[in-house]
Design a protein around this ligand. Structure first.
Ligand code: AMP
Length: 213
């Protein structure tokens, strides 16, 4: 099961990813998470990525392709994977296809989750993320039981550096200009399914399961 989650920032890709990987038992590969881990550890990769991320811009293609493809070579990806936040440009998608073809594999499903722009801004500027387990909350719409503490694991909740209003608006523009063309790309490949991301967490997941079986 080789899957891709597509959709603008704030569409709920990360939240749905948690449920998908649990049900289908495949690894969740988020290039954004890989970069954030590297920033936390202070690696060279983290330093390079951070200048782009803080502005809401894309990290250069070749760097991301290398990171994603080397992750896909790991043992746990043999039976399938869920890519979240990669590919984000047509170039990245072409490189991914080449990489998979070289290993006798291909992309099987692309789940394109759509949400209106105003809703995306509300979701992202109010988002809180758990430092320990990555679970997402919302300051107003889905607050944790205890302020600043994750309901699930007790970890500390924080606001992502790129979830400020200005950066969020830029990230959405970058999505429209550079990532949205992937809808056509995967439409042509006949692998895309369109999911309404505004129907509530459970309904969105049910729609995904209908597609994946
Ligand atoms: P995300 O966690 O998916 O929202 O990604 C956060 C940030 O990491 C993005 O705004 C980009 O700066 C960077 N990033 C993550 N994945 C990619 C990618 N596939 N291509 C370029 N930049 C990426």
């Amino acid at each position: 099961m080789n899957l891709i989650l597509l959709g603008p920032p704030g569409a709920g890709k990360g939240t749905q990813a948690v449920r998908i990987v649990e049900k289908y038992n495949i690894p969740h590969i988020s290039t954004g998470d890989i970069f954030r881990e590297n920033i936390k550890k202070g690696t060279e990769l983290g330093k390079k990525a951070q200048e782009y991320m803080n502005k809401g811009e894309l990290v250069p293609d070749d760097l991301v392709v290398e990171i994603a493809c080397s992750r896909l070579l790991e043992e746990d990806c043999k039976e399938g994977f869920l890519l979240d936040g990669f590919p984000r440009t047509v170039y990245q998608a072409e490189k991914l296809d080449e990489f998979l073809a070289a290993h006798g594999r291909k992309v099987e499903h692309v789940l394109d989750i759509a949400v209106e722009k105003e809703e995306l801004i509300t979701r992202l500027t109010g988002r809180l993320v758990c430092r320990a387990c990555g679970a997402s909350y919302h300051k107003v719409n889905m607050p944790p039981k205890t302020e600043g503490v994750c309901d699930t694991c007790g970890g500390e909740l924080y606001q992502r550096a790129d979830d400020t209003k200005e950066t969020v608006e830029n990230r959405i523009e970058v999505y429209e200009a550079q990532t949205k063309p992937l809808v056509d790309f995967y439409e042509k490949a006949g692998v895309i399914a369109h999911i309404d991301g505004a129907t509530g967490l459970d309904n969105v997941f049910a729609d995904i399961v209908k597609v994946l079986g």
